[in-house]
Write a protein that binds this ligand. Structure first.
Ligand code: NDP
Length: 444
């Protein structure tokens, strides 16, 4: 059995039932085979892969809080501190009823490679809770966040672990979490990113993941001698990533015709009116179907059929495993030429293989959505400097980082004889830096 297969078998045996984690490890290890086989003896001796797939630490804790009816509630909180070889742990907090240890380990594992790809000094981590902020009052969300931070604060710090937002964690939640951290520790430090502009946040952080995704798409198309202008685009989700991917794609002259949420999707053949979506989602916290109340020519369909809409470019920006093999085939049949992942692992393994085998240009999430964490790292830099950069300055740095990530993924794919395979390219480029640091630091 090869070293890679051996380690993967151990991961499955030691982490029963953690299917999302197995899936992420398999995808990464499979694409690293070429690199690992070239250095097998050295890596085996140092147990590099075994160390890479084992989180440095997982913290699990009780989060008790009281709802508006006076009823006590209990959720489970987590922080997975996966790998700190190249910097303090960095990665978001997810609040969603589906959250469990498997999902956070898959996200933390991916984050290690993503953060390495940004070229910035940040390790990988992820956290969250099975708390559902949907339908909760602001007071309930605050009560939850305060209780969550009352435990989490022991394990984080500006030079130790710097969480950020993810699904269900936006400016409101980061504000409550930061307030509680400051109250308990008495420290006004850059311990969270995604903060409000009034208290240490960075301009362009809100837009960063979506904008960065589109900068990546533009690079991918440029490499093929094409441009984004006039392309038809569909984007799943209607949260932070989806909204700002739509905004940037429209600025490049693309026509975004569909968005979704977990209930269904809208199709607007004339192009999505983003100000209406922002009002529904960012101001009223409403549902995407409300769009058709204001744009009667648009169509709302219940369920998951967004990938049946013909497009040139598909940007899955909602959640993991939202795009399967059948969806990939439908996209291809309808003329789609490019898929780039705004969400983390939104394509199943079968869908990913299909893109690669059928000539669909594909950029995996760990490269395509790295603009968010990269800009979080820029927020950390500004906090350390006690300075705030202009929107344009941050946006320009973000753009440069995305161009660089594309170049690194393309270069690694070329070097290992699989040109255009950005899955392999991104994994290899991310892996090389982390492993260099791990080898240099000894068995720790
Ligand atoms: P938001 O909470 O702002 O939005 C998430 C969107 O996805 C919502 O429209 C939501 O619909 C939909 N969604 C969530 N869960 C499901 C589900 N199980 N099935 C169908 N739709 C679902 O999150 P973000 O936009 O921040 O994150 C989206 C994705 O991007 C995630 O995978 C996240 O990990 C990834 N990401 C985010 C970054 C960031 O900076 N925010 C950085 C890098 C990656 P509904 O409202 O109905 O739940």
């Amino acid at each position: 059995m090869s070293y890679v297969d051996e380690v993967y078998a151990k991961v499955v045996a030691k982490n029963p039932g953690e299917c999302e984690f197995h899936q992420a490890v398999k995808e990464v290890l499979d694409s690293l085979k070429l690199v690992i086989e070239a250095n097998e003896e050295k890596y085996r001796k140092e147990a590099i892969l075994e160390r890479l797939v084992e989180p440095e630490r997982i913290i699990t804790f009780r989060v008790p809080w009281v709802d508006d009816k006076g009823q006590a509630q209990v959720n489970r909180g987590y922080r997975v501190q996966f790998n700190s070889a190249i910097g303090p742990y960095k990665g978001g907090l997810r609040l969603h009823p589906s959250v469990n240890q498997s999902i956070l380990k898959f996200l933390g594992f991916e984050q290690v490679f993503k953060n390495s790809l940004t070229g910035l000094p940040i390790g990988g981590g992820k956290g969250g809770s099975d708390f559902d902020p949907k339908g909760k009052s602001d007071r309930e969300v605050m009560a939850f966040c305060q209780s969550f931070m009352t435990e989490l604060y022991k394990y984080i710090g500006a030079d130790q672990d710097v969480p950020a937002g993810d699904i269900g964690v936006g400016a409101r939640e980061i504000g409550y979490l930061y307030g509680q951290y400051k109250k308990i520790t008495g420290q006004y430090e850059g311990v969270l990113t995604g903060k409000g502009l009034a208290y240490g946040g960075s301009l362009a952080r809100t837009q960063a993941t979506g904008y960065g995704l589109v900068y990546m798409v533009v690079e991918m198309l440029k490499h093929e001698g094409q441009e984004l202008a006039d392309k038809t685009v569909i984007i799943s989700g209607s949260g932070n990533v989806a909204i700002y991917a739509t905004e940037k794609a429209q600025q490049y002259g693309a026509k975004v015709v569909a968005l979704s949420d977990s209930n269904g999707y809208i199709y607007d053949k004339d192009g999505i009116k983003l100000d209406i979506v922002k009002e529904i989602k960012e101001v009223r916290r409403g549902r995407i179907k409300e769009y058709v109340d204001q744009v009667p020519t648009a169509v709302y369909t219940e369920g998951k059929g967004i990938w049946t809409i013909p497009c040139d470019v598909a940007l899955p920006c909602a959640t993991q495993n939202e795009l399967n093999l059948d969806d990939a085939k439908t996209l291809k049949a309808n003329g789609c030429i490019l898929v780039a992942e705004g969400a983390n692992m939104p394509s199943t393994r079968e869908a990913t293989d299909y893109y690669l085998e059928n000539g669909i240009l594909f950029m995996p999430g760990k490269a395509a959505n790295a603009g968010g964490v990269a800009t979080s790292a820029l927020e950390m830099t500004q906090n350390s400097e006690r300075l705030s950069w202009s929107f344009e300055e941050v946006d320009e740095k973000l753009h440069d980082i995305m161009v660089n990530i594309f170049a690194k993924a393309a270069d690694a794919a070329e070097r290992y004889g699989v040109p255009g395979n950005y899955v392999a390219g991104a994994n290899i480029a991310g892996f090389e830096k982390v492993v260099d640091a791990m080898m240099a630091q000894g068995i720790v």
